[in-house]
Design a protein around this ligand. Structure first.
Ligand code: 3H9
Length: 704
């Protein structure tokens, strides 16, 4: 085991190096090492200044998250940092890679900060449901100003080093070796006779904020929308308010108490689950990490509709040259214009500069010739959802692409095995189910077919990561994991309308639960006609096969709305009505009338629903479907299902994901409610055998 903190001497400067792979987490051993070595350096007569640095990829990613929720070990980080800040000799932080959370707090307690170009800093504690617990809420406002500190700490935003310098967080940015630069910086300080400069003693930026008395109240007000449902962003504001009102030590005590309270909260536990679930999802049980995976150096996208254009943008954003293929020059021009339009919008909103847009557009090469795909390493097909069409295309791609190339389909529902069978390389065929808009949504359901090889899975998961996506590996089944569960949710939302609820009530209940939108507002956004067309198509297919209509329980409300030409936002009316050009859903008496008519036709006596009942009615069947998915082996683990929902459907992260949420509620309760629903709905609510078993045994999905 290497020493977690080593001290070396460079003339009069002691260099302390944190060495705790993979991210230099500030676990107990590191804290003890820092405490010991700082004290030793301060006691050493030959040392006039201290530099603190990190080995490996970064200075430090902060506290060791795995220690949270367990008894705390001394010395706690704020105490170690107090020793550093109170040091009588100048202490300089040498930052490279990342300084996050406690890692950044460590540098804020140092007297000076030198950073390597390319470094990024952040206080991302809110993403873990906590507040910075080692002085971040007291020191950052003193350095960067109260408003900026509030913005950074309530979002956890990553700050590029140049901006950090402009904000006063970093003193100097250097190219080349940051430790050498920090040593030189310390030498210069000594030469100038500069003294330690304690962040705690600064008051100028706090005084500025005190001159704007409404600052805190207004910030809190704004959070009510942007941080709806979350505790920690509001707690950050409380701590900053304490920084303004109290002496430093009292502010620190307030922060500490707040940190302690939150670290044990349900939200923090759920957010820690989400953090580790995301990382776990990248691991495939039967594909070892050392599986050789050829890097994808050239990509291709076939079909440049909304989805295909979004996928092409992902490649260009990642710096991977991408060939885009359409069947005619006209469609190709339209597709390229779509890509250019997306980038132009980003330039307009100042999210990208023109030079960067030009650089990315230069990576996109259009063609109408399949032969031009002869040099690509992976191609993603994104054409219309039609099996015959996909099979035809895959046969052609098989002939045109290099034999080693991966051919992926972006299908959201079709059988990947059947598509793969149209090629001579089923082991290199895989599903990459992006979510719309593909350049924004982070989830890619990566669908392994029966014959998909481990090397193809490894290469595709690596590609997902390179594209900035979060991959969840799933197996082949109708609609895969996310949509299959979503349909269970949507179906029950529809039935609840027939039984007495209204769209606005259901949507509000689900929004209050934490979703950005309820199912009906989502339906209006996605297009009420989409599902309607699919249902018509499926009914026609059944009829063509001589089968009777699907006998299972069914709510006709959505179809009737589509038949009225109300396709949602795009036609100004759907489940709701919309002001011309507006996006705010407004309850519509016409829809209410339609719902009452359907209840009457079905002979259902309408009753009232509580919000709690709506949440359970919609969510428990969703979880039940997740249990079936787990049991069938379609998902590797329950936490992967959570990842699908966190990154593809806006499930409130602070609830951890649907399976984690159900575990917290207790599967016996979920099972009891499902059994009760089953009594009225034999078609859709049969409890999954796995759910029944776990409930009986007092276990959780996490135990599977
Ligand atoms: C905090 O600091 C509280 C303070 O206020 C002080 C309170 C007193 N702890 O993400 P990767 C693991 S709260 C433990 O795949 P990348 C991670 O699980 C903390 N483990 O790499 C993974 O393990 P495995 C605030 C951690 O290169 C491995 O390291 N800090 C931690 O894509 C590699 O991680 C944060 O919230 C940790 N802090 O991204 C930063 N961090 O290989 C959290 C990582 O077994 N971390 N691991 O699956 C990150 O954002 C990213 O990991 C980072 C690297 C950007 C650093």
């Amino acid at each position: 085991m290497p020493e977690p903190v080593a001290r070396t001497q460079n003339g009069r400067i002691a260099v302390l190096t944190i060495d705790n792979p993979p991210v230099n987490g500030l676990g107990a051993e590191v804290r003890r090492g820092l405490d010991r070595e700082v004290k030793a350096a301060l006691a050493d007569a030959g040392t006039a200044a201290v530099v603190i640095a990190g080995r490996g990829k970064m200075l430090s990613a902060g506290a060791d998250i795995r220690e949270f929720g367990k008894p705390q070990q001394e010395p706690i980080l704020p105490k170690v940092l107090a020793v550093i800040e109170d040091a009588a000799k100048p202490v300089v932080a040498a930052i490279h890679g990342h300084a996050l959370g406690g890692g950044l707090e460590l540098t804020l307690a140092c007297h000076y900060r030198v950073a390597a170009a390319g470094t990024r800093v952040a206080l991302p504690e809110v993403t873990l449901g906590i507040v910075p617990g080692a002085g971040g809420t007291q020191r950052l406002p003193r350095l960067a100003g109260v408003k900026t500190a509030l913005e950074l700490m309530t979002t956890g935003e990553m700050v590029p080093v140049k901006r950090a310098q402009a904000l006063g967080i970093v003193d100097e940015v250097v190219d080349g070796d940051v430790v050498e630069a920090a040593v030189k910086f310390a030498e210069d300080l000594l030469a100038k006779g500069a003294k330690p400069r304690r962040t705690r003693d600064r008051d100028d930026k706090l005084a500025e904020a005190r001159a704007t008395p409404n600052l805190i109240a207004e910030f809190r007000q704004g959070l009510k929308r942007s941080a709806r449902g979350q505790e920690s962003p509001f707690a950050v504001v409380d701590c900053v308010e304490a920084a303004l009102a109290k002496p430093f030590d009292e502010g620190m005590a307030f922060e500490r108490a707040t940190f302690q309270r939150l670290v044990g909260s349900d939200q923090a536990a759920a957010l820690r689950h989400a953090f580790f679930a995301e990382r776990e999802a990248a691991k495939v049980k039967d594909v070892p990490e050392d599986t050789p995976a050829a890097p994808i150096k050239r990509g291709a996208v076939l079909g440049l509709g909304t989805m295909g254009a979004g996928i092409a943008i992902c490649f260009a954003n990642a710096g991977i040259p991408v060939r885009v293929l359409e069947t005619s020059q006209d469609l190709l021009d339209k597709g390229l214009a779509r890509i250019r339009g997306t980038y132009a919008g980003m330039v307009e909103r100042k999210r990208l500069d023109q030079a960067e847009m030009d650089r990315r557009m230069a990576l996109v090469a259009g063609t109408t010739q399949m032969a031009d795909l002869a040099d690509c390493d992976a191609v993603v097909e994104a054409v219309f959802e039609d099996m015959a069409l996909k099979k035809e295309i895959f046969a052609k791609l098989d002939a045109a692409c290099p034999t080693a190339a991966i051919i992926a389909t972006n299908t959201s529902s079709l059988d990947v095995d059947a598509i793969a069978a149209a090629t001579k390389r089923p082991e290199r065929v895989i599903g990459m189910h992006f979510f719309s808009p593909a350049n924004v949504m982070r989830l890619v359901e990566t669908v392994r077919g029966k014959k998909t090889s481990p090397a193809t899975i490894a290469a595709t998961m690596a590609l997902d990561k390179k594209l900035g996506k979060v991959a969840a590996l799933v197996g082949v089944c109708d609609s895969f994991v996310g949509n299959r569960m979503y349909y269970a949710y949507q179906r029950q939302a529809n039935f609840s309308l027939e039984e007495g609820a209204l769209p606005q009530q259901v949507d509000k209940a689900m929004q209050d639960f934490g979703f950005p939108m309820g199912p009906f507002a989502t339906g209006d956004l996605a297009g009420v006609d989409v599902g309607w067309r699919i249902r018509k198509q499926r009914a026609a297919q059944r009829a063509a096969q001589g089968l009777p209509p699907d006998p299972r329980r069914y709510s006709p409300i959505a179809d009737r709305i589509a038949e009225m030409g109300r396709y949602g936002q795009k036609t100004g009316a759907g489940w709701y009505r919309y002001e011309k050009g507006g996006r705010a859903p407004m309850p519509d008496p016409e829809i209410e009338k339609l719902i009452l008519t359907v209840s009457q036709e079905k002979g259902i006596a309408r009753r009232s629903f509580t919000d709690q009942e709506i949440v359970e009615r919609c969510m428990f069947p969703l979880v039940n479907e997740g249990a079936k998915i787990l049991e069938e082996g379609i998902a590797q683990r329950a936490s992967d299902i959570d990842v699908v929902w966190l990154f593809g459907y806006g499930f409130p992260r602070w609830r951890g994901g649907p399976m984690y949420w159900a575990d917290r509620i207790g599967l016996d309760k979920v099972y009891a409610t499902m059994s009760r629903l089953y009594a009225n709905d034999k078609d859709w609510c049969e409890p999954a055998p796995l759910l029944a078993k776990l409930a009986r045994e007092g276990k959780k999905f996490a135990d599977v």
